[in-house]
Design a binder for this molecule. Sequence first.
Ligand code: NAP
Length: 485
Amino acid sequence: MAMQSPRFIVIGAGMAGILSAVKLAEAGFDDVVLYEKADRIGGTWRENTYPGVACDVPSHLYSYSFAPNPEWSHTFSPGPEIYSYLEDVVRLFGVDERIRYGTEVTRLEYDGGRWRVETADGGRDEADVVIAATGVLHHPRYPDIDGLDDFGGAVFHTARWDHSVSLEGARLGVVGTGSSAVQIVGAVVDTVDELRLFQRTAQWVLPVPNSPLTADDRARFREDPSVMREMREQLSKTFTEGFANAVVDKDSPQMKALEQMCHANLDGHVADPELRERLRPPYRAACKRLVISPNFYEAIQRPNAHLVTDGIERVEKAGVRTVDGTLHELDVLALATGFRVDRFMRPIDVVGRGGVSLDEAWAKRPSAYLSISIPEFPNLFMLNGPNGPVGNFSLIDVAELQFGYVMQLVEGIADGRWREVSARREAMEEFEAARVERAQNTVWVTGCRSWYLDDRGIPAVWPWSFDRFREEMSRPNLEHYDLIT
Ligand code: NAP
């Protein structure tokens, strides 16, 4: 029997949750609720407000295909602008009325063909389909450094930036050298009195200029949106061919070209040979997620900036003590130490068919067929789930492609072709085996530690080309699904 209007619950009102709400409405599904634990939309762009926060994917590519934005101020626009863009989309597409703010989903249980949902405020709900749009880089990873609680100044993670603390004339310490730290260093070096960057591992830096878009550019985009569309396509092509396809083929000419650009950046822009060598990573460029910055080397060479490469011994009331015995006195300590990347929709307590819990299903590590569906968790779909394409390209593009795929499975529920759909275990295992084998071809396994690598040292990432991803997402292979009618 056809189920005319399935009820959808979307978890998270960040980039992917907003996308889901817009696309479900466009497809004519109107029984849709978004649960958002915070009091505002925005996901990563709500949580990351550190100085200098920006997206290192060009803004005209880091936009929904259905909501091009002529007003972007820069090639790589700052975080607050991205946040406003998401707010505009929410308003324009009427998403706001579907969102229940301040409502954290704590439990999902599949029972009697439906998902029963519990929220932290004691609420109960039910859904035929659940879409987990809960993000990847979401749970801050706090470093295990002795004495952090003893620090006399302000200490916080970059995703929990405390804006009540003034940096004007402060002695700031930053722990970590990933994309977040590098953006912060460039943004605050001229504001703080002294900046100490605690580097455990050096990073390769790809210099990409961030040009402002002019008033004329914006007028042109407004008058003729096809110019924006063409630009988006061009950017997508450049990113796919120049970057996405390079990192999955470690011996490709594109990969070598990227490496050369990073080497030339370091050799050409750091004057002091001693500092240059301390900034030189002992592994191949793009092995760790590549850092993109037009100004990091310039910033770290300012007279008030100090690169600290002696390991951290402990944090004391007055600052950070390194293993050489030096006490680096500080007023503020920012922990740019990244995220716990194996959580996904957890800590939600998810219980699938036959009482199997997500923690059991993921006891070894998170996995999902094509990063979207988990065996025995029917009618539950993830956007930006485990082992999907993450890298220096647009996660909006990724989520849109994934959503188009999910929609085809959902339409089968709506028109009565099946009631329940979840990946077959064999399909997931075959996908995993192929993924692990192919991962050996990527630059991510060429000898570095990074958040891409799982407990076995296998990159928890899509290891094929972006074109292959696009093709896989164009149509589900129904033989790979358990379809219950
Ligand atoms: P990250 O890339 O995971 O970097 C964490 C840094 O902290 C690393 O340098 C790490 O050193 C260091 N660290 C961790 N624990 C430490 C400890 N106990 N002692 C000393 N150092 C420690 O984190 P992130 O910079 O927040 O970036 C995470 C991801 O977010 C990025 O890779 C990117 O995908 C995304 N992001 C994107 C943008 C953008 O512009 N699009 C901006 C920010 C973030 P080791 O290298 O030695 O482990």
